[in-house]
Ligand binder design. Structure first.
Ligand code: ATP
Length: 475
């Protein structure tokens, strides 16, 4: 049977699939298209230069073994890289890059990819004297790669950020645009890249600035007739990090000046890093020519972290703060705060503050109260009937017993707990809770809530009841 590019690649894929994690397979191998086979050389198309670099760095051994199995010891691999970031054409071009010399896959002469050719453009704008000015980077050293927890949701952005930090201006991800929802770590990664670059290349001029501040500086420069100085200043920077570029939307003057600064930096091999709460396609009121430049490099999305990553972020923070917290509480927080890392950290900070200032112990109930303040309206709606059923079942009694007039201690406690949870977890009034739980009045419910609060503080066994029931009622 004659081998086609598809058949060879499919065989390689099934081998590769068995040897790496599903997520990595999905990210790095599914997007590849086999293009052609000529003798022992298979050409595969990859979506970007970044992609090619990533494969070479991380998967070349695996690719080699897979390919040799199919094509023998003389197997060659040629990448067909879609090039989006060339100046001359709107249509993506492709560039052929043989697999690197570092590996035994025999390669043809390495072609220098278009965009990495040295560009020796001289800066005609530099004002003598200004060049030596020392610029404060405005970086926050607390945001670094060491404390940025890696997970599937941020792997691409984090890795691209690290690649940029290793070779600012020297990779194809220029600009690097990191985008994603609120509180997912865009600012953290942006700073981390800058911090790492300053560490590795102390002589490079790095500047972090929010779009808001950039806009304000520009407006001031127009007012004070120093627009040119403003532009010259930004053109001297080696690594420009602009946070929240969506803020430029509708601000045509600022967009225009940024466009010129951007072009100048890019043409001179300087690195631009941008963050935004949206992907370029979804940005509104940003000029097309600017948007198309945003797309030149790599747009990497930060997604909401999955459960495992949320747990790691929490544990990492606890470890750094030297705090020990029961696993079930960490688990509770991770299960209930899903879409915002800032909130995840916020709950921990509140827990730690409550415990150190108000001498409260870390309990599930405390976690629940704090989580509720962070995630409004996401509380599972529970009915008073449901609460009574869960509480009765927990204490091994039926609902009628829980509602009865008896004053037996364990039944009274069960009833009080039902009232307490009804007050916490429903919007019902005290009177309505009382009437639904054994026809009591509002004062009885109030007393029940206070008793539960007191006992939770003083009685270990009782606190366990509250924690167990909290779990049953909230998961
Ligand atoms: N993967 C992570 N590991 C550790 N900390 C993280 C991670 N992701 C986010 N954080 C932390 O979450 C908080 C919020 O992150 P950051 O301010 O960078 O979010 P953002 O995406 O820029 O938010 P906004 O959209 O509001 O500007 C920060 O304290 C940051 O350190």
């Amino acid at each position: 049977m004659t081998k086609t590019a598809d058949s060879v690649w499919n065989e390689c894929l099934s081998f590769i699939k068995d040897n790496i994690k599903p997520q990595a397979y999905k990210t790095w191998f599914e997007p590849i298209k086999p293009i052609k086979i000529a003798g022992e050389a298979l050409t595969i198309q990859v979506p970007s230069k970044f992609f090619y670099e990533w494969l070479e760095e991380h998967y070349i051994k695996l690719l080699r073994v897979a390919l040799m199995k199919q094509l023998g010891n003389d197997a060659k691999l040629i990448y067909d890289v879609r090039m989006e970031n060339t100046y001359s054409s709107n249509r993506p071009q492709t560039v052929k890059i043989p697999s690197s010399n570092r590996n035994p896959l025999k390669s043809q002469n390495v072609t220098v990819p278009l965009e990495t050719k040295n560009r020796e453009l001289r800066n005609p704008f530099v004002i003598p004297g200004l060049q030596k000015v020392k610029i404060e980077s405005q970086l926050n050293p607390n945001y670094n790669f060491n404390n940025f927890v890696e997970g599937d949701s941020n792997r691409l952005a984090r890795s691209a950020g690290m690649a940029v930090a290793n070779k600012p201006g020297g990779t194809s991800f220029n600009p690097l645009l990191i985008y994603g929802g609120v509180g997912l770590g865009k600012t953290h990664i942006a700073h981390a890249i800058g911090v790492e670059i300053k560490d590795k290349y102390p002589d490079k001029t790095v500047l972090y600035i929010s779009s808001e501040k950039f806009t304000q500086q520009f407006i001031d420069s127009v007012k004070s007739n120093t627009r040119n100085d403003f532009i010259h200043f930004y053109q001297m920077i080696d690594v420009l990090i602009i946070d929240d570029v969506q803020f430029l939307s509708g601000k045509t003057g600022t967009q225009d000046v940024f466009f010129h600064i951007f072009n100048h930096l890019h043409q001179n091999g300087k690195q631009v890093i941008l963050t935004s709460d949206k992907a370029p396609v979804d940005m509104q009121d940003i000029e097309q020519r600017l948007l198309s430049r945003f797309k030149w490099g790599l747009s990497a999305e930060l997604q909401a972290p999955d459960y495992e990553t949320r747990i790691s972020i929490l544990q990492n923070k606890l470890f750094r703060d030297g705090v020990e917290m029961p696993e079930e509480i960490v688990d509770y927080i991770a299960k209930n705060i899903k879409s915002n890392v800032r909130e995840l950290e916020g709950v921990l900070i509140s827990m730690i503050a409550q415990s150190s200032f108000n001498r409260r112990e870390y309990t599930l109930e405390l976690a629940r109260q704090i989580v509720d303040k962070f995630v409004k309206n996401t509380k599972k709606e529970v009915s008073i009937d449901y609460i009574q059923k869960v509480v009765s079942k927990y204490f091994d009694m039926d609902v009628a017993t829980l509602q009865s007039k008896t004053r037996k201690r364990h039944i009274v406690q069960a009833r009080q707990l039902a009232m307490y949870f009804a007050k916490r977890m429903t919007k019902s009034s005290l009177a309505s809770i009382g009437s639904q739980i054994g026809h009591r009045d509002h004062a009885t419910v109030l007393h029940a809530c206070k008793t539960v609060d007191n006992l939770t503080e003083t009685d270990k066994l009782f606190r366990k009841y509250v924690d167990d029931l909290t779990k049953k009622l909230t998961f």
